[in-house]
Design a protein around this ligand. Structure first.
Ligand SMILES: [Zn+2]
Length: 349
């Protein structure tokens, strides 16, 4: 096994420690499978209290940080498939199509007055597009090689800390309209990466396909609530547990591919709504079908994934494809969920 993450047998772990739901803290779980992508053994649990689906046991906080810092997250799967390891420059170019799609989502919220934080920036393709449209960009990227590349390429600050280590300083009464947990931090100068002075709150925070990776997603969503300005906006994309290949086509090959070691959390529109409410966010959840008809046909007939190209989400059959995706969106059975959330101004976090 190439991975530095020790893949233990599910039988050993599930007996040792009882699974606790990260969303409702309930202890009644049903194991729905014990095998992940590439045949990795790990339990997938479904909470009988709230319906949240998660991996158990979970990678610990430090184990998670190590996993991303050393680049294992990107490199191990490519090694397994016998593919060349991507360097940041390759990734920067190959992710540009995807970055344009994300830029289109965030564009309505950008102006030269605002500051934006992207968590999990990778090689920085998205921030490259955003940078000319905002006052200030900041990034968080645990992978040291990619963090160094983005610093050099874009000349911006790249933090290399888990979300839980970040904090902001709030100046003046205008920024003090918070409450609960956030209010307790209003006047504190927090840690900033290497422990220098605190940062100012961010106006926009983007987290593209990151929430599913987080060891404690609720703690981090609460932390983001502290890091954002009172009128700020949080934009996230994440996989949807109600993916049509799982819930409509019932593709067992796709199911083997869908559950994977780095994804600790599997949100549906319902459990995501619960998580946002619990963490002090007023969130709108928009079902988004990123993969199109040709990808689905490939899964159904060839039983394998589409190779990602620089064209990203563009499909050749534009018109039928648009209708096809719309049908799934209406049913909330899409492969992805877009979250547009604002900090709740009333009520406890
Ligand atoms: Zn639960």
């Amino acid at each position: 096994m190439n991975s530095s993450v020790d893949v233990k047998s599910s039988a050993n772990n599930s007996q040792e420690e009882k699974a606790v739901c990260p969303l409702c803290l309930g202890d009644k779980q049903k194991r729905i499978r014990n095998r992940l992508r590439y045949g990795v053994l790990r339990d997938v649990m479904s909470c009988q209290g709230c319906g949240f689906v998660f991996l158990w046991p979970r990678m610990g906080q430090q184990e998670t940080v190590d996993f991303y810092q050393k680049g294992d997250y990107r490199n191990v799967p490519r090694e397994r498939l016998g593919l060349q390891i991507h360097d940041p420059e390759d990734t920067f170019r190959s992710r540009m199509g995807q970055a344009r799609h994300r830029f289109a989502l965030v564009k309505p919220y950008l102006s030269k007055k605002i500051s934006l934080l992207e968590i999990g920036c990778g090689s920085g393709s998205f921030l490259f597009l955003v940078q000319p449209h905002v006052r200030k960009c900041t990034a968080l990227e645990l992978d040291s090689t990619f963090a160094a590349y983005v610093r050099q390429k874009l000349g911006i600050e790249v933090l290399q800390e888990p979300i839980g280590n970040l904090s902001v300083s709030r100046h003046g009464a205008g920024a003090c309209a918070g409450h609960g947990v956030a209010e307790g931090h209003q006047n504190l100068i927090g840690r900033r990466g290497s422990g220098q002075g605190g940062m100012d709150p961010f106006d926009v925070i983007c987290m593209w396909f990151v929430l599913e990776h987080l060891h404690d997603p609720l703690a981090d969503l609460k932390k983001l609530r502290e890091l954002i300005s009172d009128s700020g906006i949080l934009l996230m994309l994440l996989p949807n547990l109600w993916d049509p290949l799982l819930t409509i086509y019932h593709s067992s090959r796709y199911e083997d591919f869908f559950y994977q070691l780095p994804h600790l959390n599997y949100f549906s529109p319902e459990t995501l709504q619960m998580a946002l409410e619990r963490c002090g966010w007023d969130g709108q959840i928009v079902p988004v079908q990123i993969y199109g008809l040709s990808n689905h046909l490939r899964w159904i007939f060839l039983k394998r994934p589409q190779v990602q190209t620089s064209k990203g989400t563009i499909d050749v059959w534009n018109f039928p494809d648009r209708i096809y995706r719309k049908i799934f969106a209406q049913r909330r059975q899409t492969d992805s969920l877009l979250v547009i959330a604002r900090p709740r101004t009333k009520g406890a976090i």
